[in-house]
Design a protein around this ligand. Structure first.
Ligand code: NI
Ligand code: MN
Length: 226
């Protein structure tokens, strides 16, 4: 699979020939100024929760593509009411897109829309085929529920974990999260965008190294192949 980091919690994943955009927050992120939003025309747009730093560019991408929106019941229906094609799911469910499957898993966080209205509960995502699997934590604290992932999903090849602290788990807890999901490779996200989530990158990489886990911190716009 290929994962392109779009900044903050945003990802462009190519897996099993399917293009997926997750949690786009680009136009509001000066660090992501070189990402061309108009080029993002995925097959599916997936949102982990309603917070604006995950949904800001969702409508722009839906308008310029034939993407189907997949999210939790409340977030999906929010966009469904505006006329977009959506798939509304909830925790524990699996949605199949050809040979690619998406499972929604628990995340310990909150979820509301920019106007403060209710956006259900946040989720993490497990995307997998017969041969590849990526876990995307979404915004979450470290939680024992992560131990359920290796019990219920294929082996995780790479885990995309928030590491920025303050609003989500920080890197020390993310090391334990990687151990819980049994991932040997981690892509760190959700850091540096705002002052409270500034990351000490060297310390983070070292903490993972000491646990014999590789931490990738790609530049915004960079593509990683896993
Ligand atoms: Ni959030
Ligand atoms: Mn967030």
């Amino acid at each position: 699979m290929k994962i392109r980091y779009l900044g903050h919690g945003g990802l462009h994943i190519e897996l099993a020939g399917t293009q997926l955009i997750i949690d786009p927050f680009i136009s509001g992120n000066d660090l992501a100024r070189d990402v061309d939003i108009s080029a993002l025309k995925p097959d599916y747009l997936i949102l982990t929760h309603g917070h604006q730093d995950h949904t800001l560019d969702a409508e722009k991408i839906l308008k310029q593509s034939d993407a189907k929106l997949i999210s939790t019941y409340e977030v999906a229906n929010h966009y469904g009411d505006k006329g977009y094609e959506v798939v509304a799911m909830n925790h524990g469910g699996v949605y199949r897109m050809g040979e690619l499957s998406l499972k929604m898993v628990n995340a310990v966080h909150s979820s509301s829309f920019a106007d403060g209205s209710y956006a259900g509960n946040p989720v993490g995502l497990v995307l997998y085929t017969d041969t590849e699997c990526v876990y995307i934590s979404g915004d979450t604290a470290l939680t024992m529920d992560m131990k359920l992932i290796p019990m219920t999903c294929p082996p995780v090849d790479v885990a995309v974990l928030c590491v920025g602290d303050h609003f989500t788990m920080g890197y020390k807890d993310a090391v334990i999260a990687a151990q819980f999901v049994e991932a040997k490779i981690v892509m760190g996200v959700h850091y540096d965008t705002f002052p409270p989530i500034k990351l000490d990158q060297d310390a983070a990489i070292l903490a993972f190294k000491e646990a014999m886990i590789r931490l990738d911190l790609p530049a915004i716009g960079e593509v990683k192949e896993y």
